[in-house]
Unconditional design. Structure first.
Length: 319
């Protein structure tokens, strides 16, 4: 069978039903009145011999010896699941060593000859012409070919691209294309640099939030760093600790001049959770500014789009 190997099947068949029950589910066994015979507490007509491991389920008229048959026929477990369970529990089975996959080299997507597609898309989402032009000149935003994705580039200390986030500009049926380029190194996050010296870095969940906030502020007066997303628990789940973001850790290591961290995560449960943990992790060494969007459930990309819509309505009203 293609989804489990022959070695796993063979290893699974070596364990008997009585061995499995005694080792992993002893509470299901109860002694019957017959010599060397046991019953299941959950199936009265089930009998199993402790010496031969032969079992018979009278009401279903089925029987066997192996744990594999027991799990599939009595407990209703599907065959691949039962094989994997037993193979993992059988000390005679040694999983084959899989060849190590070489990491894919990082290669930036090919650039398109024009930026009309991403200009239309990003400006339509409230990104200002000035903010877009600034990032285009720096080479950290461009349009890819042949798929016309918006590409957000994270660079190393030498200005070499080491990370890229791709965002489709044509949403279909409410679904959008988003992915990190293969081989991307998370610590080199997308970062919009300032035009002058600064002691502050603002951090965002997504690349477009950094662009949107720059558009709303109108000033490139601080570093704006994307964390490349956050991994937060769902609301109501066990509260775990957040690891220090790779992108922020690396950024701070090469920018000792930074004294202030402005937290600009989304104003939802995940964003507030991330804000709380970033503050806790860094407030001892940095001045922390919490600057989440003022609207519940929004991110800065939402605010930029709202502002664009307000301007459009005012313009129409003034006609």
């Amino acid at each position: 069978m293609s989804w489990v190997t022959e070695e796993e099947i063979q290893a699974a068949r070596e364990m008997t039903a009585i061995e499995y029950l005694r080792r992993y589910e002893p509470n299901r066994l109860k002694k019957s009145s017959a010599r060397n015979e046991w019953e299941l507490v959950d199936h009265d007509s089930f009998k199993i011999n402790e010496i031969t491991s032969k079992w018979h389920w009278k009401s279903r008229d089925i029987g066997g010896i192996s744990a594999l048959n027991f799990l599939t026929k009595v407990d209703g477990m599907n065959f691949p699941e039962a094989v994997r369970l037993l193979a993992n529990e059988n000390p005679s089975y040694i999983p084959p060593e899989l060849p190590k996959q070489e990491p894919k080299p990082f290669v930036l997507p090919e650039k398109n000859g024009s930026i009309h597609g991403i200009r239309r898309y990003l400006c339509g989402r409230g990104i200002s012409e000035n903010a877009l032009r600034y990032c285009l000149q720096l080479g950290i935003v461009y349009e890819s070919s042949p798929y016309h994705n918006a590409v957000f580039v994270g660079t190393d200390e030498n200005g070499t691209g080491r990370y890229a986030f791709l965002r489709g500009i044509y949403d279909r049926e409410g679904k959008s294309f988003k992915m990190e380029q293969a081989g991307s190194e998370k610590k080199y996050g997308f970062c919009i640099p300032p035009t002058k010296e600064t002691h502050r870095v603002a951090v965002y969940e997504a690349c477009i939030d950094a662009l949107a906030h720059l558009s709303l502020d109108g000033r490139a007066d601080k570093y704006r760093l994307s964390l490349g997303g956050i991994s937060a628990p769902k609301e109501g789940e066990h509260r775990r600790e957040m690891k220090k973001p790779q992108a922020l850790e690396h950024f701070l290591s090469i920018h000792p001049e930074i004294q202030e961290i402005e937290i600009c995560t989304d104003n939802d449960f995940a964003g507030r959770w991330a804000c709380e943990h970033i503050k806790r992790n860094y407030e001892g060494g940095y001045h922390i500014i919490e600057n989440l969007p003022q609207i519940e459930g929004a991110d800065y990309a939402d605010l930029a789009k709202m502002k664009k819509e307000e301007k459009r309505k005012l313009k129409e009203k003034g006609r």
